[in-house]
Design a protein around this ligand. Structure first.
Ligand SMILES: Cc1cc2nc3c(=O)[nH]c(=O)nc-3n(C[C@H](O)[C@H](O)[C@H](O)COP(=O)(O)OP(=O)(O)OC[C@H]3O[C@@H](n4cnc5c(N)ncnc54)[C@H](O)[C@@H]3O)c2cc1C
Length: 356
């Protein structure tokens, strides 16, 4: 008989895990409090930017390096199986330094990254301008190119995951918030407003909300890591397709372009709980920072602005593995890199469940 797994939370993490489990013969129920992909996984920019995010190979960072390598095949398989187009481009990233001090930091980081397989090379100002015409060169002290960085549209991934989950007979239950998981006698009971679900294993992948799902066993409550949201803002401009090929970044500002022409600028980080509202000052600040990198944006109004909740845990180390002495797996806390980490997380969690 097929193993029955309930996956709690249908963002990119839960959706990818459900797909991998169903491909390998599990009977999967995927439950979401809202709509599949309706939270961080549709809000994210979709940079697969090991060059901008990782300096050492410890903890989740090693997994991120593996996940970056898995991405082209993951996208190809998902697009092929779903028949959905997925906007994925491995066009690299140009990172700028505006001062001698910033340049020294960037060089130091690049030297450390070279040792873990993240390669980059220095660009002359002319080379940077050749890659990104119209770039504000006046305030540029130096630039490096990270050829391994890539971009994916997470909304395309979520659309494709919905389609493959449906085709693989994953039972998708939306608008149903799981309240509690109870592990007992080698099984898991999942408490929902629509009744009790019984499973051989469960995955808690509810993003920033994961810590709010109660977990218990035969001996009573089982503590799980607290999760919390870190809100981020993004803004989008309508631009000519092909205007910006690589990611462009400087400190906490970045610009990237979808194949459709949609140009996205970010970002911000606020610890304000689950407050979804847009802060007009933050939107204006992102617009102003983006315009300093690409001056033509100064005269364009953003077409859209939005916020999303990055799922964080206290030490910012995602929890990806089995909850001791239960048949519950945790897969949350992916913070700024959940889009990047999805393929490797799905491989690890589905592999562990099916071999347990
Ligand atoms: C502005 C911004 C920019 C970002 N940029 C990038 C980027 O460039 N690259 C990158 O790799 N990452 C990026 N991220 C991070 C990335 O989006 C997240 O790490 C990732 O989407 C987390 O996926 P998830 O599936 O864990 O969470 P979510 O997508 O939030 O999914 C969790 C799901 O669980 C559901 N849920 C909640 N409670 C319950 C419950 N009780 N029962 C059932 N379901 C429940 C929710 O409705 C939700 O659908 C960005 C995030 C933001 C906000």
């Amino acid at each position: 008989m097929a193993i029955r797994v309930v996956v709690v939370g249908a963002g990119i993490i839960g959706g990818s895990i459900a797909w991998r489990l169903a491909q390998r013969g599990a009977e999967v129920t995927l439950v979401d409090a809202g709509a599949m992909g309706g939270e961080a996984s549709s809000a994210g920019a979709g940079m697969l930017a090991t060059g901008g995010e990782i300096v050492s190979p410890h903890g989740w960072r090693q997994m991120a390096l593996e996940s970056r390598d898995l991405y082209p095949a993951f996208v190809q398989e998902l697009a092929g199986e779903s028949g959905c187009g997925i906007d994925f481009r491995a066009n690299g990233a140009v990172e700028l330094a505006a001062s001698e001090q910033e340049w020294a930091h960037l060089e130091e980081r690049a030297a450390a990254q070279g040792g873990i397989g993240i390669h980059s090379h220095a660009l002359t100002i002319q080379e940077a301008l050749d890659l990104i015409p119209g770039l504000e060169a006046g305030s540029m002290f130096g630039a490096r190119f990270f050829p391994g960085d890539a971009i994916v549209d997470p909304r395309d991934i979520m659309g494709a995951l919905r389609s493959v989950c449906r085709a693989r007979r994953v039972r998708l239950v939306e608008h149903c918030a799981v309240r509690k998981l109870r592990a007992a006698n080698g099984t898991v009971q999942v408490y929902t407003p629509m009744g009790l679900l019984k499973a051989d294993a469960a995955v808690l992948s509810s993003g920033a909300w994961s810590g709010a799902v109660e977990v218990s066993g035969a001996q009573g409550a089982i503590p799980t890591p607290v999760s919390f949201p870190v809100r981020g803002h993004l803004i989008a401009y309508l631009s000519t397709p092909g205007r910006l090929n690589p990611i462009l970044r400087h400190q906490n500002t970045y610009l990237l372009q979808r194949t459709s022409g949609r140009l996205i600028a970010g970002t911000s980080e606020e610890r304000v709980g689950f407050d979804r509202s847009l802060d007009p000052d933050i939107v204006a600040d992102i617009h102003s920072r983006a315009s300093r990198l690409l001056p033509e944006l100064a005269g364009i109004a953003a077409e859209q602005s939005w916020t999303g909740f990055r799922p964080a845990v206290e030490d910012l180390e995602p929890r990806i593995g089995r909850l001791e002495s239960t048949r519950i797996w945790l897969a949350y806390g992916h913070y700024r890199n959940g889009i990047l980490l999805a393929p490797a997380t799905a491989e690890r969690i589905s592999g562990q469940i099916l071999s347990s």
